[in-house]
Design a protein around this ligand. Sequence first.
Ligand code: MN
Length: 350
Amino acid sequence: MIDTAGFSIFCYNGRMTKIVQEAAPKILAAIQKANNILLHCHPSPDPDSVGSALAMKFALEQMGKRATVIGGDSPIPDGFAGFPGVNAIIPKKFSEIDLSEFDLFIIQDAANVEQITRYAALTIPLSIPTVIIDHHRTNPGYGSVNLVCPDYPATAQLLFDLFKLWNFKLTHEIAANLFVGIYADTGGFKYTGTNPNTFLAAAELSKAASDFTKIISEMENSATPDDIAFQGVALDHVRQVCDGKIGLSVVSCEEFKSRGIEPRFVRAGNISSILKSVKKWPVVGAVLEAEPEKIRVSFRSKDGDLSDVSVLTSKLGGGGHKAAAGALLTMPLPEAVEKIVSTAKEIYNL
Ligand SMILES: [Mn+2]
């Protein structure tokens, strides 16, 4: 009989990147020195952000530490109700936290300080030490201890490796949260970052979290009629720019208002993901004025395509990945579109 558990551990130790192996003891040392540890979810949190925060919370508690997860700038989406521990997330923004109550801040899945909060201008270093654990290529490593691995498709997969190196027990709570993070950030195991280790991790996690299909179904089928109405408006305002090479959804705040769409339903990433399905557009984006002169920008490129959309969003003050990136612009909508189009032309030689 094949010992599958042994096989997966063998593969992992053989393939784990050196950078993770080197950072693991440094992060563990920082955790051991601390007692009250802060974790957060990034603005418009996705399953990788929330799942990683919760998995780390449970892991820290295994070590006898006190860990607090704050929801951050945005509410936690209703569809995440099945994530173990989600009810323990404290609905506070970073600015509402008294940092003196904590002795370590573990910042996960956040490429820059804007992914901690957009309600206050943060300067790092903070008054307490910070550990960065992230997989965004645009992350400069702004913490006291940094683990930034763009080779990993999800922060949750990075945590899986760390927990293995630390010999932590893979409880149901940890496994389910890591599984949803990996699942979502790989687009259901189909984006280019997905690798054999992703499946080895998922296989092991699915043993400890056998209810993963239920959690995913709840997560993926939680749209509201307002979400669908929003998508209708955004898809009704798609134009082609850069000689038809880029498909762009552009919607003004007045348009949203006249159609009864509230700002909280405006999710640029949902729209750029849909536009990506159009074969003739190598790059697609959503430029949505959720509130007056507050423009949510999201871009997607085809996996395997050479267009790195994180270069475009970085020039707009945002960040992200090669195939999925975003930014937030504060300016009139026509100016934003003009800026995006001219920047895209320059970067992609269109
Ligand atoms: Mn992520």
